[in-house]
Write a protein that binds this ligand. Sequence first.
Ligand SMILES: [Zn+2]
Length: 466
Amino acid sequence: MVEDILNIKIDEYFDELVKNLQEFIKIPSVLDEEKTDESFPFGPKIDEALRWILKKGEELGLKTKNVDGYAGYVEIGNGPEMVGILGHIDVVPAGADWSVDPFEGQIKEGKLYGRGSVDDKGPIMAVLYALKAIEDSRMPVSKRARLIIGTDEETGARCIKHYLEKEEPPVCGFSPDAEFPIIHAEKGILRFELTKSFDEGPRPGANLKRIRGGTRVNVVPDYAEALIADVTLKELVSKIEEKELESKLTIEETPEGIVVKAKGISAHASYPGDGENAIQILLNFLTLIDFGGKEAKTFIDAVAGKLKMESDGKTLGISCSDEISGALTINLGVADFNEKRGSLKFDIRYPVTGDGNDIIANLKKAFDDLGAEFLINQHKMPLYVDPDTEFIKKLQNVYKKMTGDEPKLLSIGGGTYCRYVKNTVSFGPVFPGQKELAHQKDEYIVLEDLRKIVKIYVQAIYELIK
Ligand SMILES: [Zn+2]
């Protein structure tokens, strides 16, 4: 049987695959913007990793191409149509507190440790050997399979954008850079910023000196604070008590004024319901204070009034939802005010059937009367591949056959590589229920899982190109 032929090949190659993955992890392919030039746009280590993997492809007898140092590919098969598998060789920095060297590729108790082991060097190696096994088997195929190797997934996906400008797009495909079974829907991501300048100077009444909260727009902030001068402790305490906010707000007297500290619960911006937004708590509280400077006050009151403590954008007039991907979410991730200028950064995830431009128009309308600058920082369109599409059915069949598990289609709020390439879905490498190790300390891949992953990929690729 075809499956057996391919599985036997994978078992033959598995030790070599693991050894190569260890070598691959030793190249710390982290973005280095300080050392870029025309031939290596993302720094020397990423370039080294790209050259290294393409050379491996060549050594295995496969066709390869370096796409201007931005991307590369390894290809097998023949025919006019090409199926793409999208992986990346850049890794996020190691971070602290590892129990092993993150760039050593050490194996302990059946686990291969190292930055990139699961995100995404392990899966790249899995696909490379899957291609090799199909090529070796000499089974007839009617399409080409191309491992498209990105080098900037973690930062801006400039690699895949460059690839699509210069090279052939796949007719369909998958990315081994998220989880099993299959992610076929990803919400649209919209990030925007409201900025307002105030030129008020000290006025009679309370004076807002600063607001600080949050560090990243895609995280629900668990802390925010405001420094207020010319206000009494007693006044603030009575307002906190009146609104029963004692568990969420604390105050501290300093020489510059009184600091109001809001405590929330952190969560990912795509699941704001799991958290509690400290900036929203703080802004809503600040609406109770009679600030002397009216421009800052109008700004705070309007935003707090339209956001309330909601994370669905209902009062803002942008709430919507669909059956495939659920409801729109909005997160006020970062606040930064001084006496002259205030800025608020937001992250919206909207349903796959939603219209991003409509949402932008509604936001502009909602904030129209503020006199604030409205700036779109990022807009990523949603991804949606119809469940009845033939290649999805094929991936589902392979997954079911290889694991015995139900090949469910998932919808997520986060963003993967697939969003940039039409007709592609995420397919592995993390199995349902497994701990998320990407970007964590002590990232590892269980070797027996890796073997299973290669076997799933080899069958899937063969099914897609036969
Ligand atoms: Zn990744």
